[in-house]
Design a protein around this ligand. Structure first.
Ligand SMILES: *Cc1c(COP(=O)(O)O)cnc(C)c1O
Length: 447
């Protein structure tokens, strides 16, 4: 029954349910998934997608869903965005792979040049490209270790940096990311994060607390790098108190420690700036990027001070597919979309709308303990009213209602009690409003 549907911006921008969610065709395909795909690969909303674009996902039963997740902050420019499709189509017809380490091509260099221009700071920068966020984080740590001649890595409570062995060690949450998968890489130490809703500390106080742990439990002379998400992603969209990030960065600079901003989720216009570090003028030594960088194609990067990046011996960085030409073409298309449509400004507009809707929810429902985030990266944390006791059950109930009514919402957080809202920056005001109407109905229906 699958009709052919063209995705991208021309897909009708509407929420339209013609079956239950999931519908009969999705249910049939889920049986097939169950048979062939490993059970460890989970599904948040079990409908099979045939087309997507603007602010909607179209499923195999003909349902059209409002997307408030962007495939986890990836399709910020929208699915099948015009410039991405055009550049990818041209590239895929020209050549698909040479391996940049065997014979180079312009697309890779174009992306590195753009990263130097767009990432924080106007010092000399260089980049290396990879396939996934986790791979970028691993390589940032490799670079920091070679450049400093030191081993230790500091990460924070609630951090998420990926699922490979080193990045599992760097990620805080056990279930589902680490459970049973150890032993993990050594020399990774965890410091307390600034979490204003739970610790009530100012940025300076929280930084002093973290630096004390780092100095007493690790020691600057052993420490290669501090890796931090400027706004934490999977860990619950935790926005550190103002002043926390500048203080940590300044301590790193004073102690010959590489400050790595993991901007994989927060980068590329998501928070209203090109990068979340820009908000407080923090200039990281190294920045990791992925997710929003290439409109959905797999690409990741490490960008940093030229002298740090060049500390690594020839051949020490790379990989078969890193900076694949089709993925690089997609990245140049995504960056074109961001510049042309000023998607940073659009993220701020979307953020203002979402902040208003979420504040209304907080006023009406005492279970909404905290509203936080920046730009098109907003969240609410659900707790037993008047306490900080996480209410994951309510979050699950609200999410189930939204999904059944055709709105894709994502939860996150160490306790699974946080809603994160990450609409594509191509969503219309009307769809965004309708999406939040459904979220509000979900709170009413589960009260
Ligand atoms: C998603 C994410 C990663 C891992 O990226 P993958 O592409 O899934 O490997 C790392 N850091 C942050 C902050 C992320 O959000």
């Amino acid at each position: 029954m699958t009709e052919s549907v063209v995705g991208g911006p021309s897909l009708p921008q509407e929420r339209r349910l013609v079956t239950a969610i999931p519908g009969p065709e999705s249910r049939r395909r889920l049986e097939r998934k169950k048979e062939h795909v490993a059970d460890g690969v989970g599904t948040t909303l079990p409908v099979f997608i045939v087309a997507a674009g603007g602010g909607v996902l179209r499923d195999v039963d003909g349902n059209s869903l409002i997307d408030l997740g962007s495939g986890i902050a990836v399709t910020s420019v929208g699915n099948a965005a015009d410039a991405v499709v055009r550049r990818v189509t041209e590239q895929v017809a020209a050549f698909t792979h040479t391996c940049f380490m065997v014979t180079p091509y312009d697309g890779y260099v174009d992306v590195c040049e753009a990263l130097a221009e767009l990432t924080p700071g106007d010092h000399a920068k260089k980049s290396a490209l990879f396939n996934s966020g986790a791979e970028a984080v691993e390589n940032a740590v490799k670079i920091a270790r070679v450049a400093t001649g030191k081993d230790a890595v500091v990460v924070f409570d609630h951090a998420y940096h990926g699922r490979t062995n080193l990045t599992m060690a760097m990620t805080a949450k056990n279930m589902p990311y680490k459970h049973g998968f150890g032993p993990f890489a050594g020399e990774v130490y965890r410091a307390p994060m600034s979490y204003p809703f739970r610790d009530g500390l100012s940025g300076q106080e929280a930084a002093a607390r973290a630096i004390d742990v780092i100095e007493k439990q690790v020691g600057a002379t052993n420490l290669a790098c501090v890796a931090i998400e400027p706004i934490q992603g999977e860990g619950g969209f935790i926005v550190p108190a103002p002043g926390f990030l500048p203080a940590i960065a300044a301590w790193c600079t004073a102690n010959d420690v590489v400050y790595i901003a993991d901007e994989i989720q927060s980068g590329f216009c998501r928070t209203g700036d090109w990068f979340a570090s820009d908000h407080e003028g923090v200039v990281p030594d190294l920045v990791t990027t992925a997710k929003g960088i290439a409109g959905g194609l797999p690409l990741a990067g490490v960008t940093g001070r030229a002298e740090l990046m060049d500390a690594v011996h020839a051949g020490g960085l790379g990989g078969t597919y890193g900076g694949n030409p089709v993925a690089c073409a997609a990245a140049m298309g995504a960056i074109e979309e961001m510049r042309e449509h000023d998607l940073g400004a659009r993220a701020r507009e979307i953020g203002a709308t979402m902040a208003g809707r979420l504040a209304d929810l907080q006023e009406t429902y005492a279970v909404v303990g905290d509203v936080r985030g920046r730009g098109a990266m907003m969240a609410i944390e659900l707790c037993t009213p008047g306490t900080t006791e996480p209410d994951a059950a309510r979050a699950a109930a609200v999410a189930a209602h939204c999904h059944a009514h055709g709105v894709v919402v994502l939860t996150c957080g160490t306790w699974g009690n946080v809603f994160r809202f990450l609409p594509p920056l191509s969503i219309s005001d009307e769809l965004l409003a309708e999406g939040f109407d459904v979220v509000a109905e979900a709170f009413a229906a589960t009260a």
